[in-house]
Design a binder for this molecule. Structure first.
Ligand code: ATP
Length: 206
């Protein structure tokens, strides 16, 4: 059974999910490039240490942050990589979802896009989907690097990648938020109120 014709995938650790993630996902949906967005928290990211809180909490925080879009069926939080229980290589996830749609667009922030050709089985990955990339800090330097990478991927792999315009760039990362929480700083500007209540209620990142 098909999930959607044009399926968007947005993967990450999301520890915790923040307004930068939500803004990027919303912009992707608004762009009209996809019919449905799957948000896929990763179990063990190959390039990072194991996430600092239980997968179950990261999944629950995503559900809270995307409650409205999930109820409108624009977004679904997928536990595919969490259930799989092994290292989450994106190429494997793409192969899993490919039969359930006509076309996959993979959303990547700039840090991910700039290193995508070093990922596991990059050539195959790049031919299983179209990469849609977005800026994280909005600097001139970042936008030049992204444009260069776009050209390089076209020359080297013959694949087209698409920039996603973001109306309001929120220059924050989960690691900065974790640091602020450890030091008892206010993070309400960067996190949905329901997610923040969840973090406090479960004493996460304390
Ligand atoms: P960490 O600080 O722990 O590395 P992170 O904030 O980079 O985490 P991830 O879960 O690794 O978050 O990111 C998932 C995806 O969201 C990646 O494609 C990443 O580039 C993108 N992303 C992260 N933060 C932002 C942001 N502020 N704006 C837009 N995209 C973002």
């Amino acid at each position: 059974m098909k999930i959607a014709s044009r399926l968007g995938i947005f993967g990450g650790t999301f520890s915790p999910v923040h307004k930068g993630h939500v803004g990027a996902a919303e912009a992707f949906i608004k762009s009209g490039m996809i019919d449905k967005l799957l948000i896929i928290p990763t179990l063990i990211p190959p390039h990072k240490q194991q996430a600092s809180v239980l997968a179950e909490h990261r999944f629950n925080m995503l559900t809270l942050a995307f409650e409205k879009l999930c109820s409108q069926e624009a977004v679904e939080i997928s536990d595919y990589e969490l259930q799989k229980g092994s290292i989450s290589y994106t190429v494997e996830t793409l192969k899993h979802f490919r039969p359930f749609c006509d076309h996959i667009k993979l959303l990547c922030g700039s840090d991910m896009f700039l290193t995508i050709d070093t990922w596991y089985h990059a050539n195959e990955l790049l031919h299983l989907c179209e990469i849609v990339y977005e800026q994280r800090n909005g600097s001139m330097e970042e936008s030049e690097q992204l444009a260069q990478k776009n050209k390089q991927l076209w020359r080297q792999y013959g694949v087209k990648s698409t920039p996603l315009p973001i109306e309001q760039i929120i220059n924050i990362s989960s690691s900065e938020i974790r640091e602020k929480l450890i030091h008892g700083e206010d993070v309400s500007a960067y996190i949905d109120a329901k997610v923040l209540n969840y973090i406090k209620g479960n004493h996460l990142y304390a």
